[in-house]
Design a protein around this ligand. Structure first.
Ligand code: EPS
Length: 386
């Protein structure tokens, strides 16, 4: 569970279900928070914030207690918004920073109508993508759990507006890690150097026009054991759980697993991944299913993508209507990013880590990391004897 307003005192998360005995470093969590703040095209807010984790409960000496983790990231900008966002003192007189001209594409209008407000500030504050900070903080703990179980992740940007990267072809450990390192070095978190440049230029063109751009992010997880998720009920299908986790990230409008929407245009004989056996284990020469068949992981790398719309706050705003007077106006301008796709990749990585950690604990459980790892090892040994 997460809580926190964009300009309130802090973003917080409570993460329940972590076993006892998981070692997590402060630096690993702060590193992910930093990664979320990066990327060409971010706005002024990222110059104010230096997101740092504070752990209020559930961790002692860098090791989980098996109790709920309470995580907090303070908003440095809150100091500048005290008169508007103080939890107890009402904002004085004419409510400062009222949002009366809803921005098309944001939650402003639907949220104001839902709550009966003529000022959408209460909606904006919680709907803002600033809250993804809390998901990334929790995701860092999930990533630590996955890593302790031999599962690694990478995230990268495959498209910004018209600039697309060539598909990432990397199947083994070394190639996936090398791709991850290249993405980390790119200003737009793209593995391909030429595409990185084209993406930066696409953002610059949009900025010049007072506009914003979206894109596509991809997350890959490898070392994932066969058998996470389930075919027996729709709520347990892993691809369904992943879709929920990714689609709920602010600004996402589409989610794909493996070949995704492209599968619709393919023949079955071209799409499906043949089943081979190398004498030791089953192998698949291709991975169009993206690591999930029948809602269950099949042991191949999990490959998921999410399409992000351009950010709806525009320097050259679209037509809107005043919530109280119903008079036509341009939509309200707020400080914003022109592109947050590289940041969204880091959020998507955290979201996938959460679902995978949850599914891993569903299947292998245990009160402690030792129990979890022992049961996973025994299962892997059984599969080797299959
Ligand atoms: C964000 C912080 C926000 C925005 C952005 C994401 O800060 P502020 O509103 O103070 O500028 O920069 O959120 C949006 C653009 C949005 O539409 O939600 C962050 O920390 O990522």
């Amino acid at each position: 569970m997460t809580a926190g307003e964009s300009h309130g005192p802090a973003l917080v998360a409570i993460l329940e279900g972590m076993p006892h005995g998981l070692r997590v470093s402060e630096e690993a969590v702060n590193r992910d928070l930093r990664r979320r703040q990066m990327g060409y095209g971010r706005g002024g807010r990222m110059k104010i914030e230096k997101d740092q984790i504070q752990v209020l409960a559930g961790l002692r000496g860098g090791v989980t207690l098996g109790a709920p983790l309470a995580l907090m990231v303070p908003n440095a900008d809150h100091a500048n918004w005290k008169d508007v966002m103080d939890p107890f003192t009402p904002p004085g007189g004419e409510r400062a920073k009222a949002l009366t001209r809803p921005r098309p594409g944001h939650a402003d209008l639907a949220g104001a109508l839902k709550l009966g407000l003529h000022d959408a500030r209460d909606v904006l504050e919680r709907s803002s993508a600033r809250s993804t900070t809390a998901r990334v903080a929790a995701g860092a703990f999930c990533k630590a759990l996955l890593q302790a179980c031999g599962i690694e992740l990478l995230c990268h940007v495959t498209r910004i507006a018209e600039a697309a990267a060539p598909p990432l072809v990397a199947t083994d450990d070394a190639a996936l890690r090398a791709a991850r390192d290249r993405a980390e070095l790119s200003d737009v978190r793209c593995v391909d150097e030429a595409a990185s440049k084209a993406m930066v230029e696409a953002i610059q063109r949009a900025q010049k026009d007072g506009d914003s751009v979206g894109g596509v992010v991809e997350v890959i997880a490898w070392g994932v054991p066969v058998g996470l998720g389930s075919h027996v009920e729709w709520t347990e299908r892993l691809d369904g759980r992943i879709a929920m986790a990714l689609m709920s990230i602010q600004a996402m409008k589409g989610v794909e697993v493996g070949a995704g929407f492209a599968a619709a245009a393919m023949r079955g004989s071209d799409l499906f991944d043949p089943i081979l056996h190398d004498g030791k284990r089953f192998t698949r020469p291709t991975n169009n299913m993206g690591g999930v068949e029948g809602g269950i992981t099949n042991g191949e790398p999990l490959v998921v993508r999410a399409a992000m719309k351009p950010i709806p706050t525009l320097a050259r705003p679209l037509p809107s209507v005043d919530l109280a007077t119903k008079q036509p106006f341009d939509a309200q301008k707020e400080r914003t990013d022109s592109c947050a796709v590289p940041a969204a990749a880091v959020v998507a990585e955290a979201a996938l880590a959460f679902v995978l950690a949850d599914a891993l604990l569903d299947k292998f459980g245990g009160d402690t990391m030792t129990e979890l790892q022992r049961s996973l090892e025994a299962y892997r040994a059984d599969l080797d004897r299959y």
